[in-house]
Design a protein around this ligand. Structure first.
Ligand SMILES: [Zn+2]
Length: 235
């Protein structure tokens, strides 16, 4: 049976590309940890302005709407948040992004970092992973270790900090599961706040999220779980 993540971390930095990503990936986990006393902050990289098939919408209006959606979702999960304001599709794992991430990690000093698994590319026949998820996942790994831990990387970005644990979501190889059976309603409510992304009039997104949590739960002997690839680079 796969490992169950039992400990509640003291501080958690969730770093995700788009405004809805963290809620889809880990709203159960982060809302549970907030409830149990963790300090949890969400760092969103892009404004989400291109996240539509509606050619008549403009990116500024959609970006503003998506910020409102994040605000509503975070009011439910209890997570604080900020948006770095990049444009969708323009995340690159370059020195500028790595420095920005190292500065955020050194300032917040999290015990756990959550982000995308960049090695997960193909999900069956109908979906392959978004460019921004892949690029950010690699940048977060690089920023956490070794860069944030070593003083000669970006010396003006604050004193070094070693993150104890990375949990990567959207993974094809989960090795660690968080019990979210107490939080699944919270997760569904948080994801449903992202109305521009999920038309939930029929409640389908709730059904999808519950089924996914049950599937992950089965792998760990839990009724509902979120699965991650766990890495302990400084352990
Ligand atoms: Zn995304």
């Amino acid at each position: 049976m796969a490992a169950i993540h039992e400990q509640t971390p003291s501080s958690v930095l969730a770093i995700y590309a788009h405004p809805d990503d963290a809620d889809v990936a880990c709203a159960g986990t982060i809302s549970r940890w907030v409830k149990e006393g963790s300090r949890v902050h969400l760092l969103i990289l892009t404004n989400g302005g291109k996240g539509t098939i509606d050619v008549t919408s403009d990116t500024q209006t959609l970006s503003a709407l998506r910020a409102e959606e994040v605000e509503a979702a975070c009011a439910i999960t209890g997570v604080s948040w900020e948006n770095l304001g990049r444009n969708d599709g323009e995340i690159e794992n370059d020195a500028a992004l790595r420095e920005e991430l190292v500065a955020k990690i050194r300032a917040f000093r999290p015990e756990v970092v959550l982000s995308h698994d960049p090695t997960a590319v193909f999900f069956g026949e109908h979906y392959f992973n978004h460019h921004d998820h892949r690029a950010l996942g690699w940048a977060v790994l690089d920023a956490v270790s070794p860069m944030a831990t070593l003083p000669h990387y970006f010396p003006s970005a604050g004193p070094p900090h070693g993150v104890a644990e990375i949990l990567l979501s959207g993974t094809l190889e989960p090795n660690c599961f968080v019990d979210v059976s107490s939080q699944i309603d919270v997760k569904v409510a948080a994801v449903a706040c992202h109305r521009s992304q999920f038309d939930d009039d029929g409640g389908q997104i709730g059904d999808v999220l519950r089924l996914r949590a049950e599937d992950d739960g089965r792998r760990a002997g839990l009724s509902a779980a979120e699965g991650f690839r766990r890495l302990r680079p400084n352990g």
